[in-house]
Ligand binder design. Structure first.
Ligand code: IDP
Ligand code: MG
Length: 153
């Protein structure tokens, strides 16, 4: 397994519902390393670029309105296979289909209010592209968790 980085974001509904700590906790407890974190407001331009793959979908305007409706907590997380593992921890896009125990399965009920974003592991390069879109390289902090040697064989 190769060490990699992924982009994760607590969406405006997650922030408003006080779930930043819970979501960060789950990723920390799992053993992943946060290498960047930023509390911020997304503007319309950034929203349209971040969700560019969905520009032709009927829900695009609702999606960009929602993601700009309040602050978000944007993060970069590092670990072996982290992009895929975070997607598993998030659960299915539609919370109604998300397994209990996943973030969406535990904290959300509606497709358009699913509390967390994570880079698509089936879209090669999506993680790097999203990290670059939200963070300057100087904001990514290189360090090792003290328990790294007990997390990986
Ligand atoms: P993902 O967030 O699990 O990667 P995507 O298919 O990339 O799912 O869709 C991005 C976001 O757009 C979803 O998280 C969800 O909030 C919203 N979305 C996706 N499909 C629909 C839909 O059919 N109706 C309304 N919103 C949708
Ligand atoms: Mg996606």
């Amino acid at each position: 397994m190769a060490r990699e980085r992924t982009f994760v974001m607590v969406k405006p509904d997650g922030v408003q519902r006080g779930l930043i700590g819970e979501i960060v906790s789950r990723l920390e407890d799992r053993g992943f390393t946060m290498v960047a974190g930023k509390f911020m407001q997304i503007d319309d331009e950034l929203a349209r670029e971040h969700y560019a793959e969905h520009v032709d979908k009927p829900f695009f305007d609702d999606l960009t309105s929602f993601i700009t409706a309040g602050p978000v907590f944007a993060m970069v997380w590092e670990g072996d296979d982290v992009t895929r593992q975070v997607r598993q921890m998030m659960g299915a896009t539609d919370p109604a289909e998300a397994a209990p125990g996943t973030i969406r399965g535990d904290f959300a009920v509606d497709l358009g209010r699913n509390v967390i974003h994570g880079s698509d592991n089936e879209d090669p390069g999506a993680n790097e592209r999203e990290i670059e879109l939200f963070f300057d390289s100087s904001e990514l902090i290189e360090y090792e968790r003290i328990d790294d040697s007990w997390l990986y064989e």
